[in-house]
Design a protein around this ligand. Structure first.
Ligand SMILES: [Zn+2]
Length: 461
């Protein structure tokens, strides 16, 4: 072959496409970029591949070359293909490929599953055309031009799983008629295009409809000697141009679970579903959540009672919150009444109604900012904010901190007291007139009180 340019096996005829169950494969390296790209990956052209290049809605495969080099991406350019690898490979070298089978088989299940979902939806008794489809690592959907009812979705799901039980074959054929849905840059290799077909097995259907006759036919075959495998009597259920990697027959889908719907682009809807292992994973996850929730919610009735239980708990929460708010308001009036008495005894007013320097400090662990706001408004209502009186109010647990309000008539003094407190407690805040802040911990609050007290004394002496 020296002197000749060896050309790649084109997309459409790749080994991953005609033998999708092959997990290991040896091919050769046609070229490799000298330097890595921005993602630190090398661009490698292989002769052929078992790693599917992204296309037709199916994500690309991952895998390895020669055991240690990772393939992080495979892309199609026209009918050629590029592998993006973590290390360079010498041109002409042997490339032993291994596909990440778990990822690939999942994609095969979802993609073939989508073909079946669309095929069933298209049947005359349902009559929905699929206008788009999508898959990622979490979900799968088909986009329809109108939303089916829950009963219709249920009927579709039953039909899907019936076909899976019948294990209809899926096969690839070729056509030389260019399908209109193909991407513009894709020219079929040798002018042919792949078609993915789902075949109905008419013998299986006949046996289902006539079990006695089926038994008889089986017996006759056995009496003839070695049972000969009947040539299967197949009819086309569905066909679609497709470049993807597909399962051999529907048993490899295991099962399909239809999920929720979402509105999109006006009247269109996305109908979500999970195929095979994904359906099992989903069942496992949701089952585990219900197991975990049952004791937490104290809902011994199980999942059916969860919604009622949560609604009840939420109502209880709202009621308790309302009750606590009323009680705190009441507590606030008592607290302010005590202050009024304390001020009357120890901070008697000067002539003209002004008050000498005095500090009132108050901390309550189980209250919140709302409570402090109620206190400050009561101070105003009761005309206690006079002269050089300063109120330092805070709430929250010692370790967690919480909100603080410093208030008084003398704005300058309020500012100074807040600054003094910040030296002892890690509290950030500001504001004109009323100082408002938040701390991460109330460690040092006692020391802050002492310092604030002596500041008020010296400033107003
Ligand atoms: Zn397809």
């Amino acid at each position: 072959m020296t002197g000749d340019t060896i050309s790649q096996v084109p997309v459409g005829l790749l080994t991953c496409q005609h033998t999708p169950y092959l997990k290991q494969f040896t091919t050769s390296v046609l070229s490799c970029s000298k330097k890595p790209n921005k993602q630190k990956l090398y661009e490698v052209q292989l002769l052929d591949t078992i790693l599917f290049p992204e296309g037709g809605g199916q994500p690309c495969d991952f895998g390895t070359i020669n055991e240690t080099i990772e393939v992080k991406n495979v892309q199609r350019v026209g009918t050629s293909h590029i592998h993006y690898t973590t290390a360079p490979i010498e041109e002409g070298a042997e490339a032993r490929l291994e596909v990440n089978w778990k990822r690939r088989f999942d994609h095969m299940q979802q993609h073939s599953g989508q073909h079946l979902v669309s095929a069933v939806l298209e049947q005359p008794e349902f009559g929905w055309d699929t206008v788009a489809w999508g898959v990622n690592d979490k979900w799968c959907y088909v986009e329809l031009t109108k939303a089916p009812t829950p009963e219709q979705v249920q009927a579709v799901e039953e039909r899907l799983n019936l076909y899976i039980r019948r294990d209809y074959p899926m096969r690839i054929t070729f056509t030389d008629e260019r399908p209109s849905t193909l991407p513009k840059d894709y020219t079929g290799p040798n002018g042919v295009y792949r078609i993915a077909e789902i075949m109905e097995d008419l013998d299986v259907i006949a046996d289902e409809q006539d079990p006695v006759g089926a038994k008889q036919r089986e017996k006759e075959e056995q009496e003839k000697g070695t049972p000969t495998y009947r040539k299967r009597n197949l009819a086309r259920l569905d066909c679609n141009p497709c470049c993807g990697t597909h399962i051999k027959s529907l048993k490899d889908l295991q099962c399909i679970k239809m999920l929720h719907q979402e509105k999109i682009r006006g009247a269109n809807c996305r109908l979500f579903f999970a195929v095979g292992q994904r359906a099992l994973n989903l069942l496992h996850e949701t089952y585990q959540v219900t197991r975990d929730l049952t004791p937490v919610l104290s809902a011994p009735g199980g999942p059916e009672t969860f919604v009622d239980t949560v609604v009840k708990i939420q109502k209880q929460g709202r009621d308790s919150h309302k009750q606590a708010k009323t009680l705190f308001k009441e507590i606030a009036t008592y607290v302010v009444r005590d202050w009024a008495q304390e001020l009357k005894d120890k901070n008697s007013l000067q002539e003209g109604g002004s008050a000498p320097g005095y500090l009132i400090k108050y901390h309550r662990e189980d209250a919140d900012m709302d409570f402090l706001v109620v206190l400050t408004s009561l101070l105003k209502d009761n005309e206690l904010l006079l002269g050089n009186r300063i109120f330092v109010l805070s709430t929250g647990e010692k370790k967690e901190g919480g909100p603080m309000i410093v208030t008084g008539q003398n704005e300058d003094l309020v500012k100074k007291v807040a600054a003094e407190i910040s030296k002892f407690v890690e509290v950030k805040g500001g504001g004109k007139g009323r100082w408002q802040g938040k701390s991460k911990s109330w460690k040092g609050l006692d020391a802050a009180y002492t310092a604030a007290e002596s500041l008020v004394n010296t400033e107003t002496a």
